[in-house]
Design a protein around this ligand. Structure first.
Ligand SMILES: *Cc1c(COP(=O)(O)O)cnc(C)c1O
Length: 375
């Protein structure tokens, strides 16, 4: 083995179908992490597989300066479903790149450099996005990062109002923090950030890379809070696991976005997969289904509240279960003893992010297993 960076898990996954994964021994796992929200419509959804496969057979790639039908269709689909009057789309290959573009577009459109980000925020690991990412553990050893970034307490509208001024290009934040521990923001807070940024002509960038695409019970978490940002970034589940991200932008930011580019922007295969994913999500009303399943699951998990389970929080199928003794042992027991794969969000939070296609029986299976491993 020659890879490095990732610490690997002792399970070798070979196949995925719907809400299940299978290892090389044929053991079935219920996937309650969706590999970090990357499979919202389930593993190997036949429509997504068909769309990508038939595109793969026709044309794998052509340089981005030629129009291609799959990309145009995705531009249209994203513009149609973007919140409010957001209607311009930039495509890239990952979440961090979607945020890099967002930061660059905001700086160029405003002619300003200052960026305000939030405590516990996570926006990616390339130099610009990392500069907006809070935790030292991600930043250590990589400094100096990009200049002009400052952090304010997540959830504190007054601190935000004090930090944003006429030199501010953008505020970047998540509507519900994922990596930071599953921390939902209040509607009042997000609306106040919207007002503050508008008052100063700064762009509000909502990072919906984890919360988007139906995860929280709405297609975009911003809809729950009735907030239309100037820039919204999405990635993770967009291509059902194929690498694609998007920066959705209001006209005032897009019209003076400067010189940005990427060789693989909107490649035909990932565009076809993303188009099919969006189509399935919307046609099957999976955001609403995620909302219902999430309410049910959270209600059941709340019954486990006690000495071991300290808090249960989230929206839709983005749920954090804060546990007393640390998440890692529970995650291992869930996987090895119960065939359930979930994720951590920091040291003490167990994160549930299943495909949006789960049914009650899957939620029940997870609640029973949780009860057993906690006991
Ligand atoms: C995962 C994530 C990113 C980074 O996306 P990558 O595709 O890993 O670069 C950025 N922001 C949020 C909120 C994320 O969850």
């Amino acid at each position: 083995m020659t890879g490095f960076v990732f610490s690997e898990k002792p399970i070798r996954i070979e196949r995925g179908e719907g809400v299940h994964l299978y290892d090389t021994n044929g053991t079935e796992y219920l996937d309650f992490g969706a590999s970090y929200a990357c499979t919202p419509v389930g593993h190997c959804h036949p429509e997504v597989v068909d769309a990508a496969t038939s595109q793969l057979e026709r044309l794998m790639y052509v340089q981005a300066s030629y129009p291609n039908d799959a990309r145009d269709a995705l531009y249209g689909a994203l513009a149609d479903c973007a919140p409010g009057d957001i209607d311009r789309v930039w495509l890239c290959n990952s979440g961090t790149e979607a945020n890099e573009a967002a930061l660059k577009f905001a700086r160029h459109a405003t002619g300003r450099s200052k960026i305000v980000a939030t405590t516990r925020g996570f926006h990616g690991r390339t130099m610009g996005a990392l500069s907006a990412t809070w935790k030292d553990e991600y930043r250590e050893g990589f400094e100096p990062l990009a200049g002009g970034f400052e952090f304010v307490e997540y959830g504190d509208a007054d601190a935000m109002a004090a930090a944003v001024d006429d030199e501010t290009a953008a505020v970047i934040l998540e509507p519900l923090q994922g990596e930071g521990g599953i921390n939902p923001a209040d509607t009042d807070y997000l609306q106040a950030v919207r007002e503050t940024t508008a008052d100063h002509g700064a762009a509000m960038i909502l990072d919906e890379i984890q919360t988007g695409l139906g995860r929280t019970g709405h297609l975009w978490a911003s809809e729950r809070h009735d907030v239309v940002p100037d820039v919204l970034t999405t990635a993770k589940g967009l291509g059902s696991g194929l690498p694609v991200g998007a920066t959705l932008v209001k006209e005032w930011v897009a019209e003076d976005c400067g010189n940005h580019g990427s060789t693989f922007s909107g490649g035909p295969v990932v565009s076809a997969a993303a188009g099919a994913t969006l189509d399935v999500l919307q046609r099957e009303d999976l955001p609403a289904h995620a909302g219902e399943m999430g309410d049910y699951l959270m209600g059941e998990v709340r019954d486990l509240l006690g000495d071991e389970v300290r808090d249960v929080r989230g929206h839709g199928l983005m749920i954090g279960v804060e546990v007393k003794r640390g998440a890692n042992r529970l995650l291992r027991d869930l996987a090895i003893e119960h065939g359930i794969l979930a994720l951590p969000a920091g040291r003490t939070v167990l994160r549930l992010l299943p495909p949006l296609t789960i049914e009650r029986e899957h939620a029940d299976e997870v609640v029973d297993a949780l009860e057993a491993v906690i006991a």
